[in-house]
Design a protein around this ligand. Structure first.
Ligand code: PLP
Length: 407
C-alpha cells in the first residue's frame, strides 16, 4: 500500500481514513483468531494486481478480493473448512439455508422443462421454494416417499434431471438410503442433492457416498448456538462450485464476515457437541419409550426403529443424531399444548440443533399448512412432538420431560 502523509490532513479527512493508522500488520504479531474483515472493498498495489483479483485468484494462488458481494476472507475460511469436512472439491457459503438450497437447485440446472424428484417429507420451506419459484416457470416436480425400499426403481422409472433428498426426515427421523439413491441417480444421469442439516459431516459425508451436492442450514448444528442464520453448499465437482459462486454473487446471497466468523467458531466444537447431542438423544429415547404417557418414539438409534440397521450402516461413530419425535398416548392438540406449556427447561422453539433442548409441535409449526388428512398420510398424528435434544445434563432433560408428561 502507498504511504500517506495523514498528519497533514484536516480532521474530517483524518476521521474518514482512520484505518490507515492500523498497526495490525503481520509484522506486529499474527493473531491466532482470524480478524473479522468488515471491508466491502479491497485495494490492490496497482491496476494490474486489481485486474488479477477480479478473476478471484492472484498469480500466487491466493484468493483475490475486490468487493464484498463476491466474497470475503472470513467466508473463504469457512468454505475451505466445510469443503474439507465433507470431502468436496469446494464450497460456497450463503446468507441462509434457503439461499443455499436455491443456489444448489440453480447450479444443478433446474431450468424450464427439467424434472425434479423430491422426497415427499422434505423441509416445508424447500417444497414451498420449489412450488413458488420453480414449478410456475415449467419445472416438473414429483414427490415420492424416497425411504421406500424400491427407491432405485422409482428413480429409473421417473428419469429425473435432479434429485433432492434429506438425510433424515422431519419430524419422524426416517433414514434415506444415500447409496441406493446416488447409484440410481448416476445411472439415469441425474444431479443428486442432499440436505444434510440433521446429520452434519460428523455423522454422514454424503459426497463419499456418491452425492453431487451437499446442503446445510448452518443455522442449526454447524453454528450450534442459535445466534447466526447461514447456509452452505459443498460440491463434489469444480464446475458446480463455479456455478454456485456465480449464483451467490449475482443473487447477492453471500454470507457476511461476522456470520462467517460465528459459524467457523461454532464448527470448532461441532464434534464435541454432536457427541453429546447423540448420547443424550439415545438416553432420552430410551426414557420416553418406557414412559406410560408415550405411545411411540421415532429415533433411528432404537433397535425397534424400522431403519435401525440402515442407520447403523450409514451413520458414522455408531451414533444416530440429536433429533427424535414421539407420540403422546393422548393423541390430541389439547394434550400436546398442555405438555408444551408445562416444560421448564426445554424451549418451545421451531428451530433445532442448538446447544439447548428445543421442542416443537409439527401440527402447529413445520406442518401447519397441511390438512389433518395430509399429516396423517405422513404419519404425523395430533400427539406428535419433535425434540431436538440439547447438550445439557441428560438427567435434567429427562426430569423436565417427565414432569411435563405427568400433567
Ligand atoms: C432450517 C432448515 C432449512 C432452512 O434453513 P434456514 O437457515 O432457516 O434458511 C433447510 N433444511 C432443513 C433440514 C432445515 O432444518
Amino acid at each position: 500500500m502507498k504511504q500517506f502523509d495523514y498528519p497533514s490532513w484536516a480532521l474530517d479527512t483524518l476521521l474518514v481514513h482512520s484505518s490507515k493508522l492500523s498497526h495490525n500488520t503481520r509484522n506486529s504479531g499474527k493473531p491466532t483468531v482470524e480478524p473479522i474483515y468488515t471491508s466491502t472493498t479491497y485495494l490492490h498495489t496497482n491496476a494490474d494486481a486489481l485486474d488479477q483479483a477480479f478473476s478471484g485468484r492472484l498469480p500466487s494462488g491466493e484468493p483475490g478480493y475486490v468487493y464484498g458481494r463476491q466474497g470475503n476472507p472470513n467466508a473463504q475460511t469457512l468454505e475451505e473448512v466445510m469443503a474439507l469436512a465433507e470431502g468436496g472439491t469446494g464450497a460456497v457459503v450463503f446468507s441462509s439455508g434457503m439461499a443455499a438450497i436455491h443456489a444448489s437447485l440453480m447450479a444443478a440446472g433446474l431450468a424450464p422443462g427439467a424434472k425434479i424428484l423430491v422426497a415427499q417429507d422434505l423441509y416445508g420451506t424447500t417444497i414451498g421454494l420449489l412450488r413458488t419459484a420453480f414449478v410456475p416457470v415449467g419445472i416438473d416436480m414429483i414427490l415420492y416417499n424416497l425411504c421406500d425400499p424400491n427407491v432405485s426403481e422409482i428413480i429409473r422409472t421417473e428419469q429425473p434431471d435432479v434429485i433432492f433428498v434429506e438425510t433424515l426426515s422431519n419430524p419422524l427421523a426416517k433414514v434415506i438410503d444415500v447409496d441406493a439413491i446416488s447409484t440410481a441417480a448416476h445411472e439415469v444421469g441425474a444431479i443428486s442433492i442432499v440436505d444434510s442439516t440433521f446429520t452434519t459431516p460428523y455423522l454422514l459425508q454424503p459426497i463419499l457416498h456418491g452425492f453431487d451436492l451437499v446442503v446445510h442450514s448452518a443455522t442449526k448444528y454447524l453454528g450450534g448456538h442459535g445466534d447466526t442464520t447461514a447456509g452452505v453448499v459443498i460440491s463434489a465437482r469444480n464446475n458446480l462450485v463455479e456455478q454456485l459462486r456465480t449464483y451467490a454473487t449475482i443473487l447477492g446471497a453471500m454470507l457476511g464476515p461476522f456470520d462467517s466468523y460465528l459459524i467457523t467458531r461454532g464448527l470448532k466444537t461441532l464434534s464435541l457437541r454432536m457427541e453429546r447431542h447423540c448420547n443424550n438423544a439415545l438416553r432420552v429415547a430410551h426414557f420416553l419409550q418406557e414412559h406410560p404417557a408415550v405411545e411411540r418414539v421415532h429415533y433411528p438409534g432404537l433397535p425397534g426403529h424400522p431403519q435401525h440397521e440402515l442407520a447403523t450402516r450409514l451413520l458414522r461413530q455408531q451414533r444416530y443424531g440429536g433429533l427424535l419425535a414421539f407420540e403422546l398416548k393422548e393423541q390430541t392438540r389439547e394434550a400436546a399444548y398442555r405438555f408444551l406449556d408445562k416444560l421448564q427447561l426445554c424451549l418451545p422453539a421451531t428451530t433445532l440443533g442448538d446447544v439447548y433442548s428445543e421442542v416443537s409441535y409439527p401440527p402447529l409449526s413445520s406442518h401447519r399448512n397441511l390438512t389433518a388428512g395430509e399429516r396423517q398420510k405422513f404419519g404425523i398424528t395430533d400427539g406428535c412432538i419433535r425434540l431436538s435434544v440439547g447438550i445439557e445434563n441428560a438427567e435434567d432433560i429427562i426430569h423436565d420431560l417427565d414432569q411435563a408428561l405427568k400433567s
